[in-house]
Design a binder for this molecule. Structure first.
Ligand SMILES: [Mg+2]
Length: 194
């Protein structure tokens, strides 16, 4: 069985690192701090930054930030368990989006550094909602796991079994929701039985 796995906020702690970086840079700007703690995402009104400030910071720092990411709890343990049980792991990340110099190399290095064992690394363009669906269909993915509501909904429309990793910015959908790798592992191993 083929399992599709997104990276950021599914196996990496992207949001945690991004928030820390925003808090640090915010001090250099106007030191306003978090102006809206209820904003559903860091880049959507949580800080008082203008669009220009936001875009500039993001483009100049995203690559450095991506290298600092660490694995979410349980990621390696459960991916190893799935590999040992014979599942194929396809890492499918939207990093081919113009924000990184050499996204494939950078991502491969990061996966190696974190001892993630996988069968194939696929890069898509995160700004194209249908691009992961296309790769899922092409690679016969049985279950896709992602944190993007947009991407998950597109997969579901195309009859791909999809798990949505719970985050503050994807609450308004009824796609099957998981909160951690233990739940992902349980779903996948149960699914096999059906
Ligand atoms: Mg993601």
């Amino acid at each position: 069985m083929n399992i599709g796995v997104d990276i950021d906020n599914v196996i990496s702690n992207f949001n945690e690192v991004l928030l820390n970086e925003f808090l640090i840079h915010d001090k250099d700007l106007r030191n306003s701090g978090i102006i809206n703690a209820n904003a559903d995402y860091i880049t959507r009104g949580m800080f008082d930054w203008s669009k220009e400030e936001l875009d500039e910071f993001y483009m100049n720092n995203i690559e450095r930030i991506a290298k600092k990411l660490v694995l979410l709890d349980g990621t390696k343990e459960y991916i190893d368990k799935l590999k040992n049980a014979g599942y194929n792991i396809f890492i499918i990340t939207g990093r081919d989006n113009g924000e990184y110099t050499n996204p494939y190399e950078m991502t491969k290095k990061w996966l190696d550094k974190n001892n993630i064992i996988y069968d194939k690394l696929i890069l898509t363009n995160a700004y194209d909602t249908h691009s992961k669906t296309k790769e899922c269909l092409k690679n016969h993915i049985d279950i896709m796991i992602d944190d993007s509501k947009r991407i998950c909904e597109d997969c579901v429309i195309n009859n791909i079994t999809t798990l949505l990793m719970d985050t503050p910015y994807n609450k308004d959908t009824n796609i099957t929701r998981v909160h951690n790798w233990e739940e992902i592992y349980e779903f996948i191993t149960e699914y096999k039985k059906n």
